[in-house]
Design a protein around this ligand. Structure first.
Ligand code: UDP
Ligand code: MG
Length: 315
C-alpha cells in the first residue's frame, strides 16, 4: 500500500451489527464505480455487540476496509475525529453506519469536490420519517445557533459530508477536546456548498442519540462557537439591577403614600430574594459551562485511546 487512495470514507460505529453487512453491500457497490482508489475506515466506538468482529471480517475480505477500535465509547464526535486522524485520502467522506446517509449520494458529493469545492455538505430536504419532536428541536437549534454564532452552519446539515484533505488537515491540527465537528467544519471557511438529499430512517438498530445526548451536543455546539451566553449573563445582571432600582422607587412611593399596603413587606422581599437567587444561579451555570470546558482543555489528555487497529504502522 505505497500509494494513498483518492477517496476515504470514515464511518463511526457503535453497536451497529445489523447495519454493517447491508452497509458493506451498498457502499462497496458505490465505491467500485468511482474513478479512483478508495479506502474505508470504520471507527468502532467501543461497541458491545458483534460490530468489531464484523469489521475484522471486512478487513480480511478486503484490505481497503480498515478499522480502528477505540478502547471505550468516546462518543460520535470523537469517533469521527479519530477517523479523520487515520484516513489518508485526498477527498474524505464522513457518514453514519446506520444507512441514514445513503452511500449512493457519494458520487454527487465527489462531483462537487471535483468542481473545486473543499467542503460539500449533504443537506437534508426532508425529515418526514423522523418524529415531530426531533424535527422541531432540530429546526429550533439550527436557527438559534445561527443567531448566536458568527459561523454560518447551513441548516439541516449533519455530519454527512465530503471534505478536502486541506480541511481535514486543519481539523486535525485543532487541539480542542470539545469537538462539535459541524461547527469546526463551518468555521474553517473555504469554498463550501451543499447537495440535497432525503434522509432515510435507520436501517436497523436503535438510535444512539438520546434526547439527553442531543441536548448535550447542542450545548457543546453553542458554547464551542459562541460567547454570547456569557454576555447574556451580563445582560441578566443588568436587568436585575434595573429592576432593583425601580423597586427602590416603588417601595419608597408605597411607604410614603400607602403605609398600610400589604404589598410591601414579606411579598416584595420574598420575590426579590428568589429573583436575585435565580439570576445568580443562571449566571453561575453559564460561567460553569465555560470553566468546565477550560478545565477539560487544560488537562490536555488525549482525545481517545485506541485498543486495536486493522493495519498498524502503514500511516
Ligand atoms: N455513534 C458512535 N458513538 C456513539 C453514538 C453513535 O460512534 O456514542 C455512531 C453510530 O453508530 C452512527 C452515528 O454515530 O453511525 C450516528 O448515530 P445515530 O444514528 O444513533 O444518531 P442520529 O442518526 O440520530 O444522529
Ligand atoms: Mg442515525
Amino acid at each position: 500500500m505505497a500509494c494513498h487512495p483518492v477517496y476515504s470514507v470514515a464511518i463511526p460505529v457503535y453497536n451497529e451489527q445489523d447495519n454493517l453487512p447491508e452497509l458493506f453491500r451498498r457502499l462497496s457497490a458505490t465505491l467500485a464505480a468511482l474513478d479512483g482508489d478508495y479506502e474505508v475506515i470504520f471507527i468502532d466506538d467501543g461497541s458491545r455487540d458483534r460490530s468489531l468482529s464484523i469489521l475484522r471480517e471486512f478487513y480480511q475480505r478486503d484490505r481497503r476496509w480498515r478499522y480502528l477500535s477505540l478502547a471505550r465509547n468516546f462518543g460520535h464526535q470523537i469517533a469521527v475525529t479519530a477517523g479523520l486522524n487515520y484516513i489518508r485520502g485526498k477527498a474524505i467522506i464522513v457518514m453514519d453506519a446506520d444507512l441514514q446517509d445513503p452511500p449512493e449520494l457519494i458520487p454527487d458529493l465527489i462531483q462537487r469536490w471535483q468542481q473545486g469545492y473543499q467542503i460539500v455538505y449533504a443537506q437534508r430536504i426532508s425529515r418526514q420519517k423522523e418524529g415531530w419532536f426531533k424535527r422541531v428541536t432540530a429546526y429550533a437549534f439550527y436557527r438559534l445557533l445561527r443567531h448566536l454564532t458568527d459561523v454560518d452552519i447551513p441548516p439541516d446539515t449533519g455530519d454527512f459530508c465530503l471534505m478536502d484533505r486541506q480541511i481535514t488537515d486543519i481539523l486535525n491540527s485543532m487541539p480542542e477536546r470539545n469537538r462539535y465537528i459541524r461547527g469546526l467544519r463551518a468555521w474553517v471557511g473555504f469554498q463550501q456548498t451543499s447537495v440535497p438529499f432525503s434522509r432515510d430512517p435507520r436501517f436497523a438498530g436503535q438510535v444512539k442519540y438520546t434526547f439527553g445526548k442531543s441536548l448535550g451536543l447542542a450545548v457543546d455546539g453553542v458554547i464551542s462557537l459562541s460567547q454570547v451566553p456569557l454576555r447574556l449573563a451580563t445582560y441578566l445582571g443588568l436587568l436585575a439591577a434595573a429592576i432593583a432600582v425601580l423597586m427602590v422607587f416603588l417601595v419608597l412611593y408605597w411607604r410614603l403614600f400607602y403605609p398600610n399596603s400589604p404589598l410591601i413587606g414579606y411579598t416584595t422581599i420574598t420575590i426579590a430574594i428568589f429573583f436575585i437567587g435565580a439570576v445568580q444561579l443562571v449566571c453561575l451555570g453559564i460561567l460553569g459551562e465555560y470553566i468546565g470546558r477550560i478545565y477539560e482543555e487544560v488537562k490536555g489528555r488525549p482525545l481517545y485511546t485506541v485498543k486495536e487497529m486493522s493495519d498498524v504502522g502503514t500511516d
